[in-house]
Design a protein around this ligand. Structure first.
Ligand code: ADP
Length: 526
């Protein structure tokens, strides 16, 4: 097997760099054999090209001083580093780097919870802290605070927030509930953003903006720095909460659902990031597709209809939550039921909990701030070695746009032999539309088709004026190129900033389509 090296670095030079890295982190914290690098491969690589995103080595530093020393070596040898926190960015590339031969900088060992403040409802965490870790920490110590878990709770708070991931409680917009960062820049300088700029500061996690320009958002979905600490606001545990599901009978109810939901989100009646789940996604949380259909290719409409009937679910299933005082929740529930009751055939289920009670396992526990791994059930939907790749266009929160995206995505998916497997998560003025191409990773043809479908989906979306909020490594350049106003002025700005902050181009080259001068000829390589 040929050895993977960073671009334009000889084996001898790389060995010298590895020795220097070992002297910093210790030999046991450097991975360079194929076996030890296996965890850094993309577990859900769509198509043959995706498998080429492989690292040359991985380093697991213990702290900021080691990171700074690593940066000195990387700058000297011009070795690209690809930073991950826990590397569980599954469906978008996992821990794999965009530029083949990059050295993964894996921060999972930096996993301290540095502070929790109950009255001000925040935590300060290092990159290796997962949603499970923080949740257990809060529960064990009796803090009346909730995390907002994304679909899979094993990932890190820092990694998910930097990718602008989201969950389903009232704190579901992770980028919006982040407050204060510590960042190591490519030149080794350590910066604290916002109020963290004051040496003996008191308000780092209390006020996001500080004084002067705000830099926190610049470190999200970018390659401008290595984030080593992050503040995150936590939701005060409510005294009571209600979890509700409303099931709708017809495909084109989607339009009315979105039109009904938006005003309730905008006026705060529904305070959480409610989810409108398609029938197949709802069904996949219960069991595999083979129960309903054993054929290959797209599941026929008759099988879908019979599945929906037998499972007693809707064509669309709205999951929402109400949090607060019981009297207020009761009143809000009346308004919610009245509004959605206007959609013929809507079936409503809901349950109210005391704030200290937990919903039973397997349900909507994420909406009660409890991280879970139930999202992984979807991997069993198609059978084989379950994998998926996600199409994630932003959708304005109008019924017309939602119907348009759904209809386009479904038609294209069916054309490539995939079911429409998706749903919409509701911000206030936008929806995150996520459609997944689920495939058997051991089936080369199916993986390739999933990759082709992604590209077709993205082209369709762009043609209709939509853009993606996030993308898999394979499509980072493709997605960035679709942001094309004034001949790509946005990407030009991103790369001007990149070259100023990181002249050797060592931090995550190619991330989000941002290529430093040193590696710009790699743009478009997939
Ligand atoms: P997860 O939390 O799901 O395990 P990852 O650790 O895979 O997430 O991070 C997702 C992406 O976010 C990475 O591919 C990387 O681009 C970026 N990222 C993660 N952690 C950091 C960090 N500490 N500093 C800078 N970028 C990061």
């Amino acid at each position: 097997m040929t050895r993977i090296l960073p671009p334009d670095i000889s084996a001898a030079t790389f060995d010298r760099a590895l020795a220097a890295f070992e002297a910093i982190v210790g030999a046991t914290q450097v991975a360079s054999s194929p076996a030890s690098l296996a965890p850094y491969a993309d577990p859900f690589a769509p198509g043959p090209l995706a498998a080429s995103f492989v690292p040359s080595a991985a380093l697991l530093p213990a702290g900021v001083d080691e990171i700074r020393a690593i940066l000195r070596v990387a700058n000297e040898y011009r070795i690209p580093l690809w930073t991950v926190s826990t590397g569980r960015n599954f469906a978008y590339g996992g821990a794999a780097p965009r530029l083949p031969g990059s050295v993964v900088l894996d921060l999972q060992r930096m996993n301290r919870i540095l502070a929790v403040d109950e009255p001000l409802a925040y935590a300060l965490v290092e990159p290796g802290v997962s949603y499970f870790d923080l949740h257990h920490h809060l529960r064990e110590r009796g803090y009346r605070l909730w995390v907002d878990p994304p679909a899979a709770g094993w990932g890190s708070i820092v990694g998910n927030t930097l990718e602008r991931g989201f969950g389903t409680t009232a704190y579901g917009d992770h980028a919006a509930t982040q407050c204060g960062m510590e960042v190591v820049l490519a030149n080794g300088d350590v910066v604290r953003t916002g109020m963290g700029g004051i040496d003996i500061g008191t308000s780092w996690q209390a006020f996001r903006h500080g004084y002067g320009p705000s830099f926190d958002p610049m470190f999200m979905q970018s390659n401008y720095g290595i984030v080593t600490k992050m503040g995150v606001w936590l939701m005060p545990a409510p005294s009571a909460y209600l979890l509700g599901e409303i099931q709708f009978q017809r495909d084109d109810d989607l339009e009315a659902i979105v039109e009904t939901l938006r005003p309730l989100r905008l006026n705060g009646t529904i305070g959480n990031q409610a989810v409108i789940e398609g029938a197949l996604r709802r069904a996949a949380s219960i069991g595999p597709r083979s129960q309903w259909y054993r054929g290959a290719g797209v599941m026929p409409e008759s099988a879908i209809a019979s599945m929906i009937g037998k499972l007693n679910i809707g064509r669309w299933n709205l999951h929402y939550a109400l949090y607060g005082e019981r009297e207020v929740i009761d009143a809000q529930e009346v308004l919610v039921r009245r509004a959605f009751g206007r959609i013929p055939g809507a079936r409503m289920l809901s349950k109210t909990y005391d704030g200290s009670a937990e919903p039973e396992a397997g349900g909507d526990r994420n909406l009660a701030g409890i991280p879970a791994m139930t999202a992984f059930r979807m991997l069993d939907w198609r059978g084989g070695r379950g994998a998926h790749v996600d199409f994630s266009p932003v959708c304005p929160a109008t019924g017309r746009d939602a119907m348009r995206q759904y209809t386009m995505a479904k038609a294209r998916a069916n054309e490539y032999g995939f079911d429409y497997y998706g749903g919409f998560t509701a911000g206030e003025r936008h929806l995150h539309h996520i459609a997944a191409a689920i495939f058997d990773g051991s089936d080369a043809r199916q993986s390739e088709l999933a990759g082709d479908l992604l590209r077709a989906w993205m082209s369709d979306a762009h043609g209709a004026g939509y853009g993606e909020y996030r993308s898999h490594l394979v499509y980072m350049d493709f997605a960035a190129a679709r942001y094309n106003f004034n001949d790509g002025a946005l990407l030009r700005l991103s790369e001007t900033v990149k070259d100023a902050l990181d002249p050797s181009g060592i931090l995550s080259p190619g991330k989000q389509g941002i290529w430093p001068k040193a590696f710009r000829n790699w743009r478009g390589y997939t």
